[in-house]
Design a protein around this ligand. Structure first.
Ligand code: CP
Ligand code: NVA
Length: 304
């Protein structure tokens, strides 16, 4: 493994396998009530510029349950908000912490932290990527389907940070990713072409939700207006309406399709209430798996 997880392009297939394996073990041990000590004496900082329920709390709980100490820090309450340079902040935090989990608008900011700091930097979401979410989502797919190989995974909706991390994952792992996004809300062309150079025809991009959903083993969606884009919500709601994941769309998928959403969800917008709360939805297992995957990530990056 590299020192940091800033993007899934940082991982090789063996890294994914290692993380799935360790998350599986930690989940089983957690269920059996086994107390872990692998992060005893370690301190994990979380610096967040954007809101979070799942990622923050699962990383904090993961650290505590492994015997370490989580420190949550609102970015706005640090000297970063008064223009202390990122490089100086990184040099300070590496003296106190064993790893730093960052949620920022800018991907470049995380890359600068990673260049300067000797400790692992873990991307807990930027405007560009959400790699740890997609790691735990891949783990959920493996749990449900045993193997990623040969699966058709659909992404329906915005070409956003989540879609970019799914595109990266498809470059590294053997599944087919079919995306259906409105013409004006396609994923970043650079991210797409870099992944397609590796994955070739296993990444398919278009604007037809029905052909993306057809015979899909997994259907994924996400909010239409990500954090920071709230001002566009109304306009997006009109444009994205044909991309709702609902019962009709599901009727085109494989009979044993699973539906995923990283949450928070907006019932009646990107997903119907019936589908989110229905029998094909795995969203609550998906959200639980963030805890187990984040433990695996912290352990592997901090203790090697
Ligand atoms: N899925 C996810 O990242 O949720 P939060 O924004 O609540 O962390
Ligand atoms: N695309 C969403 C993901 C939230 C977890 C956002 O960035 O707001």
């Amino acid at each position: 493994m590299e020192k940091d997880i800033l993007s899934l392009m940082d991982l090789v297939p063996e890294d994914f396998e290692l993380l799935f394996q360790r998350a599986r073990e930690l989940k089983s041990r957690h269920r059996r009530g086994i107390c872990e000590k692998s992060l005893a004496g370690k301190t994990v900082g979380l610096v967040f510029e954007k809101p979070s329920t799942r990622t923050r709390i699962s990383f904090e709980a993961a650290t505590a349950q492994l015997g370490g100490t989580p420190l949550f820090i609102q970015a706005g309450e640090t000297q970063l908000s008064r223009n202390e340079p990122i490089a100086d902040t990184a040099r300070v935090l590496e003296r106190y912490l064993d790893a730093l989990v960052l949620r920022t608008y800018s991907q470049d900011m995380q890359e600068e932290f990673a260049r300067i700091a000797s400790i692992p930097i873990i991307n807990a979401l930027t405007d560009v990527y959400h790699p740890c979410q997609v790691l735990s989502d891949l783990f959920t797919v493996v749990e449900c389907k045993n193997d990623l190989s040969g699966l058709k995974i659909a992404w329906i909706g915005d070409g956003n940070n989540m879609s970019h991390s799914w595109i990266n994952a498809a470059a590294k792992l053997d599944f087919t990713l079919v995306l259906a996004c409105p013409e004006a809300y396609m994923p970043d062309p650079g991210i797409l072409s870099a992944a397609k150079e590796i994955a070739g025809d296993r990444i398919v991009i278009g604007s037809d939700p029905v052909s993306a959903a057809k015979e899909a083993d997994v259907i994924n969606t996400d909010v239409w207006a990500s954090m920071g884009m709230e001002a566009e919500s109304e306009k997006r709601a009109r444009i994205f309406a044909p991309f709702q994941v609902n019962e009709e769309l599901l009727s085109h998928a494989a009979a044993d399709v699973i539906v995923m959403h990283c949450l928070p969800a907006h019932r009646g917008e990107e997903i119907s209430a019936g589908v989110l709360d229905g029998e094909r939805s795995v969203v609550w297992d998906q959200t639980e798996n963030k805890l187990h995957m984040h433990k695996a990530i912290l352990e592997v990056l901090i203790t090697g």
